[in-house]
Design a protein around this ligand. Structure first.
Ligand code: SF4
Length: 450
């Protein structure tokens, strides 16, 4: 049978420019079979029995399941992945005509593609849920692995943050609003909406922060402390007007009325309250790394989830879309040291090589006296070829597990994959409030582009 879609081994990816090449490893590490859902295990057994992980071996196996699914759904199906996906899954998603984007562009995929009814996302849960918050009623959002969470988001769960906001609001009334990073659940985005605030991503944090500042209210930024600080400084908030609230369960326990008065005064004086969660992947970069590569002629570009001390000495800082564009627009002979998630940099290294551009991971210095680079985003890497194959095949058969379906307000435990689903009325309420915060972000972002 001739496929309705063009599937060839070396197909370039329209949205990212990443290319699959013969011999390239499709997956770095296999997950233990116990990590998969029961329904997925027959596919995993086949995958684990393959003799290697090269495209020549893995792709024909994937084609066997994915091409019939693509034929079945036609243009009603869209595959999605984030730039940070490990295990080379971005290349696979791109090969099957999927879209690879940063979290802002991913969020808009359903609302901007009303003709597509089924979205299958290989990234982390908050990204899939954000698409679900904005989607049209006739569209469904699926995630290949519900256990694919975000460690930063895990330190800013609803049950940790909402009591703190209630405490802050009891003292500051309507003079406080929430700006929440995209890396949060829909329930926290709804909190931002209720407070008159907005969502932001790393690509528009300064735009949103500027807007929030103009409201003349205190800004409670949840999470990440580094993006909050970097974007706050960008719009002129000075360090003496910023104060940190501990992240995670520690933050949940803290209360304004039990603080020492001099500490409470800092909150009274602050313009920006930073919820202290962070991304471990972006914490490994040091000034020594920057100096090492700069002395060797490299341009240093970093993600704003890095500490301010790194962002301020880098040559450029921005979202994954910005970093990727820097790589794709570099000229032969250019040298870039990138400070962000490891899988992204690995993909950038390979794609830059094709054009005579040298890219290195900022933290990978060939000198044992430097701290180790660490690995990429381990939770995102939980989406691998068997997850994609199994979900697409089960969707085609009409047997996809509800655990993989993502609805507004779902709370997911990243360890077990357990999903707490709200009743339909509460889902609607969360979607309405979260949409208000997301739509404010979209409106401000698009206006800033003009
Ligand atoms: S790279 Fe960090 S912030 Fe991004 S999804 Fe992974 S853990 Fe979360």
């Amino acid at each position: 049978m001739v496929s309705a879609r063009s599937v060839t081994l070396d197909k370039s990816m329209n949205s990212s420019g990443i290319r699959l090449t013969p011999g390239m490893a499709i997956c770095q590490t296999d997950l233990p079979i116990d990590w998969y859902q029961e329904e997925f295990k027959p596919y995993v057994e086949e995958y684990l029995a393959l003799p290697d992980r090269t495209p020549e071996t893995v792709l024909p196996w994937m084609d066997k399941y994915i091409v019939p699914a693509l034929d079945h759904f036609g243009d009603k199906l869209m595959l999605l992945a984030h730039y940070y996906m490990g295990g080379e899954i971005v290349k696979v998603v791109g090969r099957y005509g999927g879209q690879i984007s940063d979290s802002y562009a991913l969020a808009l995929k359903a609302v901007r593609n009303p003709e597509v009814t089924t979205f299958v996302e290989s990234a982390v849960h908050f990204m899939a849920e954000t698409i679900a918050l904005l989607k049209h009623d006739h569209q469904d959002i699926w995630i290949t692995n519900p256990k694919s969470g975000c460690t930063m988001e895990a330190l800013a769960k609803e049950e940790m943050v909402v009591p703190v906001f209630d405490d802050l609001q009891a003292r500051y009334g309507d003079d406080i609003l929430v700006v929440c990073y995209m890396n949060t659940s829909g329930r926290l985005k709804a909190l931002a909406g209720r407070s008159g605030g907005a969502v932001c991503t790393s690509s528009n944090a300064a735009v949103i922060m500027e807007w929030a500042r103009a409201q003349k209210k205190k800004i409670f930024f949840v999470p990440d402390q580094h993006l909050g600080e970097n974007s706050g400084r960008q719009v002129g908030i000075t360090p003496d007007k910023m104060v940190h609230w501990p992240g995670g369960w520690e933050g949940r326990k803290m209360r304004l009325d039990t603080m020492k008065p001099e500490w409470r005064q800092k909150f009274d004086d602050a313009e920006l309250i930073l919820w202290d969660s962070f991304c471990g992947v972006h914490m490994v970069f040091t000034e020594r790394h920057v100096n090492y590569w700069r002395e060797r002629g490299y341009k240093i570009i970093v993600h704003p989830e890095c500490k301010h001390e790194i962002v301020k000495i880098a040559d450029g800082s921005g979202s994954t879309a910005y970093l990727w564009a820097e790589v794709m627009n570099a000229k032969a002979g250019d040298k870039l040291a990138i400070g962000t998630e490891g899988h992204f940099v690995k993909n950038a290294v390979m794609q830059a090589e094709h054009r005579g551009v040298t890219v290195v991971n900022l933290a990978e210095v060939p000198d044992p006296s430097f701290p180790s680079a660490g690995c990429g985003c381990a939770t995102m890497s939980r989406n691998d070829p068997p997850h994609l194959v199994a979900l697409l095949d089960l969707l085609r058969k009409g047997e996809a597990p509800q655990l993989n379906k993502v609805l507004a307000g779902d709370a997911v435990d990243e360890t077990t994959g357990w999903r707490e689903r709200l009743d339909p009325a509460s889902q609607k309420q969360i979607a309405k409030e979260a949409r208000a915060a997301l739509e404010r972000m979209i409106e401000l972002t698009e206006a800033a582009k003009k």
